[in-house]
Design a binder for this molecule. Structure first.
Ligand code: G3H
Ligand code: ZN
Length: 277
């Protein structure tokens, strides 16, 4: 079923457990996540990023398909718009039935970030939709590795109070789009942010974080764990291996099917990693 994230976020935060959020680029991603959620009985967040929308040229076709996947599933699934800085896209997501949106105004000066995020939060909350924002830019979206950036707990507390967001993405040492799992997280900062804030904390760029550090981060207080690149790695490795073994294949269902299965398996494994508390 398609659900809002409020209960799952609250429960996960209270019990120091992770709520997994995985990115959808192709329909096969959503199918893999739903299969893993059904097999484990876990709530999973399916997220479509603004970048994925730019790739497809539109939000609605993929989003409508993912809404159908979620509604047909026996598992509770959240549909989240990831990394949107385009207010029109946020509105479109709200009209398509997304149950959660991330409005990312972190590139703006602080005051403007607060003002625009508060407006988006009010629009979303009127529809019962949850809002995630970001403070302390998580580097790497353009390949820039910025592991040194940290979110300040006092500023974060003020930001959440001023905007009314439901969860906050924080910079604690991770970087986006890492293909090697070598990131080191600032567990002390995570604990300080959790103690200072009442809303759940979101870890972006989790692909670069080793399993043991992900578990430690959840224990220390991270709640929503965003993973994209790592699963594309699994998918692409499986597709590459399938094509190498079957050079004559032309049916995409064969190799995408192999990729989808690899993603399902890796998601099942990751769910245990972030819930190993
Ligand atoms: O918002 C999505 C995540 O932060 C994914 O980052 O591709 O480095 O796992 P990642
Ligand atoms: Zn991210």
């Amino acid at each position: 079923s398609l659900v809002t994230p409020h209960d799952a976020l609250r429960r996960a935060r209270d019990h120091h457990r992770g709520l997994a959020a995985f990115n959808v680029v192709q329909l096969e991603h959503a199918e893999a996540y739903a299969t893993a959620a059904e097999a484990t009985g876990r709530t999973v967040v399916l997220q479509i990023s603004q970048n994925a929308v730019r790739y497809h040229g539109a939000l609605a076709p993929l989003a409508r398909a993912v809404v159908e996947v979620a509604q047909a599933s026996t598992a509770p699934l959240v549909l989240h718009l990831d990394h949107a800085d385009d207010r029109a896209l946020v509105r479109e997501a709200l009209s398509l039935g997304f149950t959660s949106v991330m409005f990312d105004a972190s590139a703006l000066p602080y005051d403007e970030n607060v003002a625009s995020t508060a407006e988006v939060a009010a629009e979303a909350h009127a529809l019962g939709v949850a809002v995630e924002a970001e403070l302390g830019e998580v580097g790497g979206k353009d390949g820039v590795h910025a592991p040194g950036v940290r979110t300040d707990p006092a500023e974060a507390t003020e930001f959440v109070a001023a905007t009314g967001v439901d969860s906050l993405a924080v910079a604690v040492g991770s970087s986006h789009a890492m293909t090697e799992r070598t990131a080191d997280l600032d567990l002390e900062r995570i604990a300080a942010l959790r103690a200072a804030l009442t809303v759940p904390l979101v870890l972006h760029g989790s692909s670069g974080v080793p399993d043991s550090t992900l578990t430690a981060a959840v224990r220390a207080g991270m709640t929503k764990i965003n993973i994209a690149t790592h699963l594309n790695h699994a998918l692409t490795d499986a597709v590459r291996a399938y094509l190498a073994d079957h050079p004559g294949v032309v049916d995409p269902r064969k190799y995408l099917g192999a990729g989808r299965e690899a993603v399902t398996d890796e998601v099942m494994r990751l769910l245990t990693v972030i819930d190993a508390v």
